[in-house]
Design a protein around this ligand. Structure first.
Ligand code: UD1
Length: 395
């Protein structure tokens, strides 16, 4: 008899006429002893830190951290480990940069032997970067359960590499840790069994809450000589904004226009730096100041004091919403719609006039109240640890 790929061997062998149980993502056994986290790119580190601290407090769990090396410049990686109090990773796969296929394949090849050596009870992956999907694939194929921290976000934009990473990672994961109710709904709409979904809240906000007092104390603005609420802070690195020269020129022209009105602080991501270099472009106004990538605490301090933040980052949309700072996201869609419906974020097309007009409108439009998004409260890591180690449920 020919076995359908969806039939379990047992039922097929017995020739049962019933459709067999769908064989699906491996499920975590209670009380894991070894948990292995995989991180690789800058936004992963803020998501790992709270959980690393929560698991360190549990004597029964050994937590192993593997760094893929997707981000490798000291200011994109080491600085974050240092500031967030993260231990050195047990292994660094040193994969570096490359095309999506090269990077993903290199992570898979180098992660597999590490996984076979450590033999964890659970692999945790974070967010939506190439390291996330690569590690989830390796673990699943070796029958190791996967937990996805920041599950269920959807931009519904299949041209975005991160959207592919999110959908595939969620499909592979047995434990889905959702940051918001809309993420839970997305997963349910895709048919994910409710028992796998845990609405734990936003883990990046845990890091923000923990680091906020120190960020305030350091007063990041002083170094740049800018006055509170009198400057814009900019981050841009999405391929949709920086890889096409015409789009990049339009966005840079808008920032330059704004530089005539206020200081514009622009820490430039390495990808963006390379693309700007290829354009042979220079700003007309001294107000637009290009900076090296800056570490987490300084970024947080600058965000706090900004009159406006302009970004295409996912995390910055959430941080500005939490802090009540106005944010313009230079994208046509967002996988974090809650930052627009409940927060200070607005979308804007990557066009010169659109950005300048929206920036003038949104300038100084601070929320003036604390963020009220459910479970964005600094306790997400405790909930994740509770689900993994104590069998807790968060619906
Ligand atoms: C990656 C993530 C993106 C995330 C972003 C945060 C994917 C598909 N993309 O994009 O979701 O928002 O990280 O920063 O995983 N480079 C350096 N030094 C580094 C790292 C990168 O110079 O430490 C340069 C290289 O030229 C590299 C380029 O930046 O080719 C892009 O790096 P890559 O990790 O491929 O993607 P990001 O644009 O950083």
């Amino acid at each position: 008899m020919r076995h359908g790929s969806h039939l379990t061997m047992d039922n097929a062998a017995r020739g049962s006429p019933r459709l067999a149980r769908f064989v699906d993502a491996p499920v975590l056994k209670p009380r894991p002893r070894v948990v292995l986290s995989v991180v690789g790119a800058r936004p992963n580190f803020m998501k790992l830190a709270p959980l690393a601290h929560a698991l360190a407090a549990r004597a029964a769990v050994r937590h192993v951290v593997v760094h893929t090396g997707q981000h490798y410049d000291p200011e994109m990686s080491d600085a974050f480990f240092h500031e967030l109090g993260l231990p050195r990773p047990t292994a660094n796969l040193d994969v570096g940069s490359g095309s999506h296929a090269q990077q993903t394949a290199a992570i898979m090849q180098r992660f597999e032997p590490v996984l076979l050596d450590v033999r964890p009870d659970l692999v945790l992956v974070y967010g939506d970067v190439n390291s996330t999907v690569a590690a989830a694939l390796v673990a699943t194929k070796l029958g190791v359960p996967v937990g996805h921290v920041e599950a269920g976000l959807r931009s519904r934009d299949w041209s975005m590499p991160e959207e592919i990473n999110r959908v595939v990672t969620d499909r592979l994961s047995g434990l889905l840790f959702a940051p918001s109710r809309d993420a839970v709904e997305n997963l349910r709409a895709e048919g994910v069994p409710l028992g796998r979904i845990h609405f734990v809240g936003n883990i990046m906000i845990d890091s923000l809450v923990a680091m906020l007092p120190e960020a305030r104390r350091r007063n990041g603005r002083a170094r740049y000589g800018v006055a509170e609420r009198d400057y814009a802070l900019v981050t841009l690195h999405r391929p949709s904004n920086v890889d096409d020269p015409a789009t990049l020129r339009a966005v840079l022209a808008a920032l330059d226009d704004l530089g005539a009105e206020h200081p514009v602080l622009f820490p430039v991501h390495p990808r963006t730096q390379a693309r700007i270099g290829a354009l042979d472009w220079a700003p007309r106004h001294a107000g637009l100041r290009r900076l090296e990538p800056i570490p987490y605490l300084e970024m947080l301090g600058l965000t706090l004091g900004a009159g406006l933040v302009i970004t295409d980052s996912g995390g910055v949309q959430e941080e500005t919403t939490y802090l009540g700072v106005p944010c313009l996201t230079v994208r046509l869609n967002t996988e974090r719609p809650i930052t627009c419906t409940h927060g200070t974020n607005r979308l804007v097309a990557p066009a010169r006039e659109a950005i300048v007009t929206a920036a003038r409108e949104r300038w100084g439009y601070h929320a003036g109240r604390a963020c009220a998004i459910e479970r964005w409260d600094g306790h997400t890591a405790e909930r994740v640890a509770g689900v993994m180690c104590d069998g807790a449920r968060f619906d």
